[in-house]
Structure formats: C-alpha cells, structure tokens
Design a protein. Structure first.
Length: 299
C-alpha cells in the first residue's frame, strides 16, 4: 500500500480570535480496492473570551492514515481537536468531524475543560475470494457507516513544580450500520483516566496512568455468540520512566502499557475523543514494554 499526502495551513489572528484554515490532499493505493483520492477542508476557531477562558470550534474532513510509529509532520490538532483517527477503521476510510469545546484556567495550577464531538466514518470492507490457484479475487466492497458522539471533560492540577495530576471522564456513543448486518452494532464506552506525573530536578521523570473502562455493546442477533465472550469492564495501567538529556538535547524513556495484561482486545477505545489537554489512551491487547531515545536539535 502506498500513501501520498500534501497539505496547506494558514493561521490568522484578529484581536481575541484565532482562525485556522487548511486543506489536505491524500492519495492512497489500496490492494483490493480502487485508489482513494480526497481533498479535505480544515477549519478551526479559538475565541479568547477572557484571559482565562477559551472557546474552541472545528470542522474538518480526512481519511484514515497509516503512520510509521504514529508519526507525521502535518499538524495533529485543529483548534485543540485531534484530527487523525486512531481506531479500528481501515486505512483509507473517509471521515468528517465537528467539535465544540471550552477551556478555563482557575489559577496557575488548576485547569478545567470540556468538549463534545460528532464524527462520521465510512469504512470500506472488501470481500475477498481466495481461489485454489492461490490468486485472490475481489467479489464486492461492503461499507460500514460509523457514527460517533462523544463528550469529555478534564481537570488538571499542579500542586508544585515537581508534580502534576489529571482526572478525566470520556463518554463515547458509537453506532455502526453495515451492508452486511453481521457487523451492525451499538456501543457505549465510559473511560475514567487518572494520571500522576513526577519531574525530578536532576532530569529524571515518571508517569503513571490508571484508566477504568466500562463498555456496553449491542450487536446484530447473529453475532450474539461472539458478544458473549466480550469483557465489558477493566482497569488499564500504564507506567513510564524517563530522563531528560542535559541542555534539552533529548530524552530517554522506558515504559509499559497494559501492566495488568487485562483483556484489552475485547474492549473498544474509540479513537481520539480526548480533550485537548489530555493524553491519548491507546489500549493494547497484551502487556507491552517499550523504549525510545529521542534527540532534539536546534538549528
């Protein structure tokens, strides 16, 4: 699969308003389907009502991209809303999203925010026939139409210069209708992440996040046998230890996701419904250790 991408963004300020205008073009070469070509408009607005309160709004379109290690140089957010999908949608799936949010600073150590999002995604589902000769033939392409309504809020508290904490609540209502009724389903997901971070004066830092997740799924009756195996609630624990290199030359990190190794493959974390100041929740199906060394260069 090949993917080409081009984009253009403009940022305009006028008094207490900031507007983001942009457009991107994506060309995705899919193996069993026609190539996907799409121009995607981007529009964002930030209104600073006071020095402490900001209202955010955005509308944008896009297609599900396939990133190497989730990295890209294109702006990730439009007015604080994450514009790239990070869920189970197939690469090349077109989507559009609208969002409205509010952020408020009570003082230098206490922040609060909330937002609502509506996202619509159309996911192509190719039906493949594998012949005895080893060749594959595309029989047809079904379409899964996904509608997601989500609401989220956060409160961040920094009691001192070494410690920061965050408590969030996220609600996602997910509806999927497919040409193949086997994939029809309705889903409600509640997520409550609690994060605690510590930054030592000598450059070491640690991050810990505990997330409670509750999911309720109702699918087509023909898929009820599969649903009976789903786990509808769990705790997910993530931890990270890092070191900031001297003179801000980079950082070294080691961490673990899904520390409890607790059945995440049966629980959906529908992508990028988080508020702008929160961290992404990427649920992994099994306990995963990782490390990275990042260098920062200032030319």
């Amino acid at each position: 699969m090949n993917h080409a991408n081009a984009y253009l963004y403009s940022f305009t300020h006028y008094k207490n308003l900031e507007a983001i205008l942009g457009v991107s073009f994506d060309l995705v070469d899919l193996r069993f389907q026609q190539n996907v070509k799409q121009f995607s408009p981007k529009l964002g607005l930030l209104w600073n009502i006071t020095d402490s309160t900001v209202i955010r709004a955005a509308y944008f379109q896009g297609i599900k991209k396939r990133f190497n290690a989730n990295q890209t140089i294109e702006p990730i957010q439009i007015a604080g809303f994450v514009q790239f999908l990070d869920n189970d949608s197939a690469t090349g799936a077109p989507y559009k999203q609208v969002g409205l949010g509010l952020d408020h600073k009570f003082n230098q150590s206490l922040y609060f925010g909330l937002e609502g999002i509506y996202r619509q995604t159309k996911v192509p589902m190719p039906v493949i026939d594998r012949l005895f000769t080893g060749e594959t033939t595309l029989l047809k392409v079904n379409t899964n139409r996904k509608n997601e309504y989500s609401a989220s809020s956060y409160i961040n508290w920094t009691p001192n210069k070494y410690i920061s904490t965050s408590l969030e609540y996220r609600l996602s209502v997910f509806n999927q209708r497919s040409d193949d009724q086997f994939f029809n389903k309705n889903e409600v997901v509640h997520q409550i992440p609690l994060s605690i971070n510590y930054f030592a004066p000598n450059g070491f830092y640690s991050k810990f996040r505990a997330t409670y997740i509750y999911q309720k799924t109702k699918s087509d009756p023909s898929a009820s046998e599969l649903n009976s195996k789903n786990k509808n609630h769990l705790w997910s624990l993530d931890a990270l230890l890092g070191y900031r290199l001297p003179k801000r030359y980079g950082r070294l990190e080691f961490g673990v996701k899904n520390l409890l190794d607790d059945g995440n493959e049966n629980v959906s974390a529908k992508g990028n419904v988080s508020v702008s100041n929160s961290q992404e929740i990427n649920l992994l199906p099994e306990r995963t250790f990782f490390g990275q060394l990042v260098f920062d260069f200032d030319f």
